[in-house]
Design a protein around this ligand. Structure first.
Ligand code: CA
Ligand code: CA
Ligand code: CA
Length: 275
């Protein structure tokens, strides 16, 4: 035992002071680390980024079929092009079912976010096309936060642009050309979601729950009745980018936990010393 140890063991109060200083220093270090982590986490994380350029559909997309048995698609080198969906039902009227192929990705929960996407549609210059392409953003509870797409829902009409944000939605009517493309940008700051279509705002609305999942839905209304049969032309998607602010770590909990661990550690040390 050196002189200092002998001195402190004779003066128990000094030991307590040293322990308190050590404990305070540990807490300060944890707090600084915690703040540093918060700053790092405050930067936007990119959770989905797909150019659809390498010829293989990224397996991060899970694929599901609704009222359909398959699809024909190509990752052409520039985009993902869907040229056919095989329906299980041919509808005789307007009240039937849509055949769908849905691509989904779940990711880290995001508070503020920004979503970009380019897409296009081709109705083969015919009103008989009945098809849609949608992107849908879902919250942690599976409720839609925002949607957009081109929707051609009937055999006698053209398609229109559709978008929603929180409780609000927008529908252009049957105004889209037979062939076209759009670049869409959805962002949320705080609770306010805004959907831009070729840099023009279509709709804005409010929703607070964290963003958790994206779906890209390709749909075909197979119909054979008056005016039919319907057709599915081509729907394409490209440049999907989703980034945002991850839901922060419960820093206070971390602090509390680490502080508790520190106290236990110091307690054990002084017990060992006493022993
Ligand atoms: Ca790919
Ligand atoms: Ca591309
Ligand atoms: Ca149509």
């Amino acid at each position: 035992m050196n002189n200092f140890s002998q001195f402190t063991s004779r003066h128990g109060w000094l030991n307590s002071v040293i322990c308190t200083i050590k404990f305070t220093a540990s807490l300060a270090l944890i707090l600084v680390s915690c703040l540093y982590i918060s700053v790092l986490r405050a930067q936007a994380d990119v959770v989905v980024y797909d150019h659809f350029d390498d010829g293989v559909l990224d397996p991060a997309w899970s694929i599901s079929f609704q009222n359909s048995t398959g699809w024909t698609y190509i990752e052409s080198g520039t985009s993902l092009d869907v040229t056919d969906i095989n329906p299980t039902v041919i509808n005789p009227d307007s009240s039937g079912t849509w055949a769908r192929v849905v691509l989904s990705q779940d990711f880290t929960l995001l508070t503020d976010f920004r979503v970009g996407c380019d897409f296009s549609w081709d109705s083969e210059n015919s009103n008989r096309a009945m098809q849609s392409i949608y992107m849908e953003l879902y919250d942690i509870y599976g409720n839609p936060l925002s949607q957009f797409g081109s929707v051609d829902a009937w055999v006698a009409d053209r398609g229109g642009s559709y978008a929603s944000a929180g409780e609000n939605n927008y529908w252009s009517g049957n105004t889209l050309p037979y062939n076209g493309s759009a670049s869409v940008d959805i962002s949320r700051v705080g609770s306010n979601i805004t959907v831009l279509w070729d840099e023009v705002e279509l709709v804005s609305g409010e929703a607070d729950n964290p963003l958790s999942r994206v779906d890209v839905r390709f749909s075909y209304y197979a119909y054979d009745g008056p005016g039919g049969p319907s057709l599915f032309g081509t729907e394409s998607i490209d440049l999907v980018k989703i980034e945002g602010t991850p839901v922060p770590l419960p820093c206070t909990l971390l602090l509390f936990g680490s502080g508790l661990a520190g106290i236990i550690g110091l307690g054990r040390k002084s017990l060992l010393k006493k022993a």
